[in-house]
Ligand binder design. Structure first.
Ligand code: CA
Ligand code: CA
Length: 301
């Protein structure tokens, strides 16, 4: 046994050699191990190299995509403020197969055709319509003759609009509540929403429903939770708008985009409005909320 030729050793022999309590054999075993180790080391170095080269290529592609998307939004005059870190986190946090696909998901955010060419205000500034940024007053009497909104819509409801504002497709607002205006002596539905001018109070009425292609979504949250979600949004009124593709839930967040604000308000209360399915767009988009599992669609006439 002690004279076994080391050349004949195979991988499985190592343990056997180590068991022999003999200095000479152990060193023979040691030689053998070094050789295997070298092979393993070489193989793993090569593999690591391939992985590193792949990762490098992907990072380069990702950075190229990032630059492209920023330029794309800037050329479209859209208020974006996406950091590379957010861009990278979203890529690795979701099931995108490559940076190219990821890039397209950003471009899709502004590429859907308006649902009604005539009425649609898709590319107009959200602040041009009377129902935007009204504060707590009413610039005119809202119309509720057609859709029965006053008896349908409730505090905390999530308003999805297929025709978004300021160039983005889709928009999300939250219902602050149904209020009474003493000047006109009428009830009206007030929203809180992040639009281009910032986080604002606005009005929902039939005209807006017709302009924007509204879907009403509702969670099954208790009124206590709904109050907290709405209060979260009230505290954000006055802050600036920016599409940062991020998902922030802090009350100290400096800028909001429409769906991020409403998502955060509910997420803080343990209700996640974002879809877990596919497609899942960068950040939390209006369509991510429309496709979410934690709301149901409320029908109106
Ligand atoms: Ca934000
Ligand atoms: Ca998303």
């Amino acid at each position: 046994m002690h004279n076994i030729n080391p050349q004949r050793y195979k991988n499985g022999d190592i343990l056997y050699k180590l068991r022999l309590n003999n200095k000479n054999n152990f060193s023979i075993g040691g030689l053998f191990m070094k050789r295997s180790f070298a092979v393993i080391l070489l193989t793993s170095l090569l593999t690591t190299n391939i992985i590193m080269v792949n990762a490098q290529t992907r990072d380069d592609e990702l950075e190229k995509s990032y630059n492209e998307i920023i330029e794309f939004f800037e050329n479209s005059n859209l208020p974006v403020n996406i950091t590379y870190d957010t861009f990278e986190d979203e890529y690795y946090g979701n099931a995108y197969s490559n940076p190219e696909e990821y890039l397209h998901s950003y471009k899709d955010l502004i590429s859907v055709e308006p649902i009604d060419e005539e009425d649609c205000q898709l590319y107009s500034s959200p602040d041009e319509k009377w129902y935007y940024n009204t504060g707590t007053s009413l610039p005119q009497v809202p119309n509720y003759s057609r859709y029965n909104l006053l008896s349908t819509v409730k505090k905390g409801d999530i308003i999805y609009e297929a025709n978004g504002g300021g160039g983005f497709t889709g928009h999300i607002a939250i219902v602050e509540g149904v209020y009474f205006n003493t000047f006109y002596g009428v009830k009206y539905i007030r929203l809180i929403e992040a639009i281009q001018s910032g986080v604002r109070r606005s009005v929902l009425d039939d005209e807006r429903v017709a302009d924007k292609g509204v879907t009403i979504l509702r969670t099954n949250a208790s009124s206590r939770v709904i109050n907290k979600a709405v209060n979260f949004c009230i505290k954000q009124i006055g802050k600036d708008y920016a599409y940062d593709a991020a998902k922030n839930t802090s009350e100290n967040e400096k800028t909001w985009y429409c769906s991020e604000l409403v998502w955060a308000a509910y997420k803080k209360q343990g209700i996640d409005l974002e879809t877990t399915g596919w497609p899942n767009e960068p950040g939390v988009t209006p369509r991510d909320i429309l496709n979410g599992n934690n709301t149901s669609v409320i029908s109106y006439n």
